[in-house]
Design a protein around this ligand. Structure first.
Ligand SMILES: Cc1cc2nc3c(=O)[nH]c(=O)nc-3n(C[C@H](O)[C@H](O)[C@H](O)COP(=O)(O)OP(=O)(O)OC[C@H]3O[C@@H](n4cnc5c(N)ncnc54)[C@H](O)[C@@H]3O)c2cc1C
Length: 458
């Protein structure tokens, strides 16, 4: 497999992506981690940093960064899949706010570690601007700010922008206002994950690539090359989790797809803005997201690819010409400065993980030694760092502010068996995209999308 073809970010690296050696045979360890994306590697990093004597082994089916961590939109954000009001309803306002503040701090923790470990990942903490381009989107922007402020955040965390302020940051077409948060940095995601793999190896962690784990058991991760025996086994496989025996209904893989333009000329950037390399989106239902890359491209993605029956994950699902065409069209609508033929040079995608209750979680079952983290939906770049720090505390038996956060130990229900899962996921996608089309036409909120969000508990 040519790993470079998996994303613009992986193709942009000046390293050959030669796989590390696989597991040589049966091995003993203190902690076995399955998956070398951000979750697995951050967990390994904080374990090794806290206790250099721990024997930590990471097992990866392909190469570090093969999954979503090498392909994502590069928003290192403080977004958390469960909204602040939903967290407050379930866990009380103080614990909800503590969760959100921990996410804010996480954005800067990622930047700090990247700097100390010499991981040059084009880090830039320019915040996020989310545009409102219809009346319905503007209503949602207002409601989001009011709700955030009612739960203890301030204008320093999330502020409403008028049309001129929003346009000054991101001069898309038809901007009526928006929101801005400083709590986001943009990164080159593959540089981050590949740099992290090298950083953990420098600290004595052993990373074995091309080593598929075929079963997770208390005390063991089983591979065709041998068994890693360890009292703690961490599942860090996110969108690929349904491929593990016994975990088929733990998370549903949902595909997000992206395109990137060629580097744009300075005069185009002068018209578009994003001078601080703010990440950007708008308040539509079916999420889109973008960033101005360090080398002056627009990298832009969105949901909308179908969910595949039986939670299947296949390399062929990464490419969906219909979605790529829609992304290109949307980019052109947002930024007429790109001209009629948006200069797209790369298109790719990958699976992210969604829990049945849309709640990310992290935990360790002390009885079995099995640990997990994930269900981040599309917000795993920052959240996986918080997960890694938290797992390191849990595994080392340290009670801390992190282990007291409300997502720790949360058990999401399993997804429904098929065909219900397939019907619900694809109906949801249809509802969201048709709601956006209605709102573009009428400028009024589409009620079916609000009802669907309520059904999800958002
Ligand atoms: C196109 C796209 C855009 C996104 N944009 C953003 C964004 O801008 N901001 C954001 O916060 N989040 C974003 N996300 C989500 C984010 O990338 C993920 O939440 C995050 O990378 C998850 O990291 P992870 O380590 O848990 O999983 P992954 O990076 O998916 O890693 C899992 C690893 O486990 C390995 N594995 C799986 N099964 C096995 C097995 N049986 N044996 C051994 N190894 C195995 C896989 O090969 C893979 O390397 C995006 C996702 C996608 C797909």
């Amino acid at each position: 497999m040519r790993y470079q073809e998996l994303s613009h970010w992986l193709s942009d690296l000046d390293e050959p992506l030669t796989p590390r050696p696989g597991l040589p045979g049966d091995t003993d360890a203190d902690v076995a981690i399955v998956g070398a994306g951000y979750t697995g590697l951050w967990t390994a990093y904080y374990l090794a940093r806290a206790d250099p004597t721990l024997r930590v082994v990471v097992l990866e089916r392909e190469i570090a960064g093969y999954g979503a961590s090498g392909r994502n939109g590069g928003w290192c954000s403080a977004l958390f899949p469960t909204s602040l009001p939903a967290l407050a309803r379930r866990h009380g306002p103080d614990r909800a706010l503590a969760m959100q503040r921990a996410m804010h701090a996480t954005v800067h923790e990622v930047g700090r570690v990247a700097a100390t470990e010499g991981i040059d990942c084009d880090w830039r903490a320019g915040g996020t601007v989310v545009l409102a381009r219809t009346g319905a989107q503007l209503d949602r922007a207002r409601a989001e700010v009011a709700q955030a402020h009612a739960h203890g955040l301030t204008d320093d965390d999330l502020v409403l922008l008028d049309a001129a302020e929003a346009t000054a940051r991101c001069a898309a077409d038809g901007v009526r206002g928006g929101t801005y948060t400083p709590h986001c940095a943009t990164v080159q995601p593959a540089k981050l994950v590949r740099g992290l793999a090298r950083a953990v190896e420098r600290r004595g962690v052993r990373v074995f690539e091309r080593t598929p784990v075929t079963a997770l058991r208390p005390g063991a991760a089983v591979t065709p090359a041998g068994v890693v025996r360890a009292p703690v086994v961490v599942r860090a496989t996110e969108g690929f989790t349904p491929g593990l025996p016994g975990h088929r209904r733990a998370v549903a893989p949902v595909y997000s797809l992206m395109v990137a333009t060629a580097p744009l000329p300075a005069e185009t950037w002068a018209r578009i803005g994003l001078a601080d390399r703010e990440t950007f989106a708008d308040h539509r239902h079916l999420i889109v997201y973008g960033q101005r890359t360090a080398d002056g491209r627009l990298a832009f993605g969105g949901r909308g690819a179908p969910y595949h029956y039986g939670s299947r994950v296949r390399p062929g699902f990464d490419r969906e010409p219909r979605v790529f065409a829609a992304l290109r069209r949307t980019l052109g609508e947002l930024f007429p400065a790109l001209g009629p033929d948006v200069p797209v040079t790369h298109a790719w995608g990958g699976p992210l993980g969604v829990a049945r209750d849309w709640a990310a979680s992290v935990g360790l079952d002390r009885r079995t030694g099995l640990a997990w983290a994930g269900g981040y939906v599309g917000d795993g770049v920052g959240t996986s760092n918080l997960a890694g720090r938290t797992l390191a505390d849990l595994i080392r038996g340290e009670a801390s502010d992190l282990t007291a956060l409300p997502w720790v130990g949360h058990r999401s229900p399993r997804w429904e068996p098929e065909p219900l899962r397939w019907l619900a996921m694809n109906a949801g996608l249809k509802i969201m995209s048709s709601a956006d089309a209605t709102e573009n036409r009428t400028h009024r909120p589409a009620r079916r999308a609000t009802l669907f969000n309520r059904f999800l508990g958002h």
